[in-house]
Design a protein around this ligand. Sequence first.
Ligand code: URA
Length: 433
Amino acid sequence: MRMYDIIKKKRDGGELSTEEIKFFIGGVTDGSIPDYQTAALLMAIYFRGMSVRETCDLTFAVRDSGERLDFSAIGGIRADKHSTGGVGDKTSLVVAPIVASLGVKVAKMSGRGLGHTGGTVDKLESIDGFRTTLSEEEFIAQVNRVGLAIVGQSRQFAPADKKLYAIRDVTATVDSMPLIAASIMGKKLAADDDCIVLDVKTGSGSFMKSAEASKELARLMVDIGKSAGKKMVALITNMDRPLGNAIGNSLEVIEAVETLQGRGPKDLTEVCLTLASYMLSLAGKGAPAACRALAAQAIADGSALAKLRETVAAQGGNAALIDDPAGFARAKYSHSVKSGKSGYIARADTEAYGLASLLLGAGRNTAEDSVDPSAGILLKKKTGDFVQAGEELAVLCSNDPSAFAAAEKTLLGATDFSDARPAEEPLVYDVVT
Ligand code: URA
């Protein structure tokens, strides 16, 4: 079999066989296929798509590219959540402690930032000392002891996805339905959870821009998960505006802590409570409405925040930051972005907001780049808010002041105003079971 022929077949709109897909993923994993051929096939898949059968084969090949985790030593029901990626999406940092504080085990494997979106591992690494790499024994022992552990993917775990993820990130091939489905579900199936809640983002800040495409992706992933014996739910949530007010790694950790303290932004709190309620419900804690009340109580009585503090301490992080986020390293420079117009914010191109944050140093331009944990954006106004000309729209934070001009231009260019207040959009569009 030759990679050249596989690329040509997909380029010309053909359907790849199970063997061809296994050959591709095998070669990505053992390094025998060079990155330029991988990138070429990814681009062909991006344009030509994949059938459901090809997507399932790709998912299972990604799952089998490394070690399958065995969580049987974890006592109790294990639940996980995974987002398709958004801007300001720090829900894992809020939802995982809520769910763990209510007795459901959360053995979480998270990713890094991808394209214009952030990643939980980058966010956690902004906490001084936090170890996102644990041995399997440490990981399982912590989940048994604390109820929650969050790590990045180890080299042995779905290694094909790690490679593909990094190449997609820098070749404009992230927003492809089969590639997203295989990436997410390949990892989810290699882990050993009983229940999985998917947060499928839809709108300008997500990889799927339309509600129809998001629903199709959700259906595909739910079906793949169920066929592998998992309890699955997917929520379709709004990513036409950043979630919460903070974009950027440490800024988002601080906002997650504020949300666990019961003083988070309304939109973030709402989406977190909904995700938590479905995780708890799948794990057998009751109907979603009753589970939502449990989740709200875990915030109100401080038990979810205590669980985050315990997790940070267990993974070597400076837990004092959870009680006093003022201790997080701050970017050396900040810049206030003022509105040139008066009116309601009618629309924000949320992907552009993510890119503005990337320009400030919060994300990567190449796979080798490191991120600046303190860089990002604090939004002062969002879609639906009225703004006077000259009023502050956002504060940009960076250690590189030369980045401010481009980030400001991107942000202002991505914000549309109108005289009339725009209609309010739902935060959760649909639930796919
Ligand atoms: N999250 C993933 O893990 N993979 C994707 O492709 C997109 C979001």
